[in-house]
Design a binder for this molecule. Structure first.
Ligand code: GAR
Length: 192
């Protein structure tokens, strides 16, 4: 990926819909000297996202885009272009981006998913993992393609499942690993 110019960090937007713990973690990572990215914009699909608090805490600009219609996505694309955003990290973003949107940021959108893809794409991953009596699950960082949770895998981490695990307990364990994995994936693609 040839995005790095001089010592400047790559202007990045993080897209969220909920709690934003991955966003918080990415912001902290972006402030390190070793980080190739800076976080310049937070986009939320939900005006009530808890994660929007990090915009205030870290003085980062935030925008709400519901992306229901083509026109919303066009406005979002324009905002990203105006702000010279060159890279996007989806972090608990629960909307599906259109083919056109992805084409505009080809190879420059990452997503984190709470399963060992290609297994358990979509929602309720931990519940389905338990129902299928899996021995382990995990998380994946991948490039975003036009098919849901299907782009090229960058990195994965396994998490063991214990007998007394519940979807909530698994989500907590997986999230701990997600916070380590997302920065690792970013370092991997920019310093292969
Ligand atoms: C994370 O577990 C992330 O992997 C998942 O939502 C959670 C968001 O947590 N993403 C998906 O399920 C996307 N398909 P966060 O808001 O605390 O970062």
């Amino acid at each position: 990926m040839v995005l790095l110019t001089g010592n400047k960090k790559i202007k990045t937007a993080v897209f969220i819909s909920g709690t934003g713990s991955n966003l918080n973690n990415l912001i902290k990572f972006s402030k390190k000297k070793t980080s190739p990215i800076s976080i310049d914009l937070i986009v939320s699909s939900n005006p009530k996202s808890e994660g929007l608090k990090f915009a205030k805490i870290f003085s980062i600009e935030k925008k709400i885009f519901n992306i229901k219609k083509n026109a919303d996505e066009k406005r979002l694309l324009k905002t990203l272009k105006d702000k010279e955003i060159n890279f996007i990290c989806l972090a608990g973003f629960m909307k599906i981006l259109s083919k056109n949107f992805i084409k505009n940021f080809k190879g420059k959108i990452l997503n984190i998913h709470p399963s060992l893809l290609p297994k358990y794409k979509g929602l309720d991953t931990h519940k389905r993992v338990l129902e299928n009596k899996e021995k382990f699950t995990g998380c994946t960082v991948h490039f975003v393609s036009s098919k849901l949770d299907s782009g090229k895998i960058i990195i994965q981490k396994k998490v063991m499942i214990k007998k007394d695990d519940t979807p909530k307990k698994i989500a907590k364990k997986v999230l701990v690993e997600e916070h380590k994995l997302y920065p690792k994936a970013i370092l991997k693609i920019f310093n292969p």
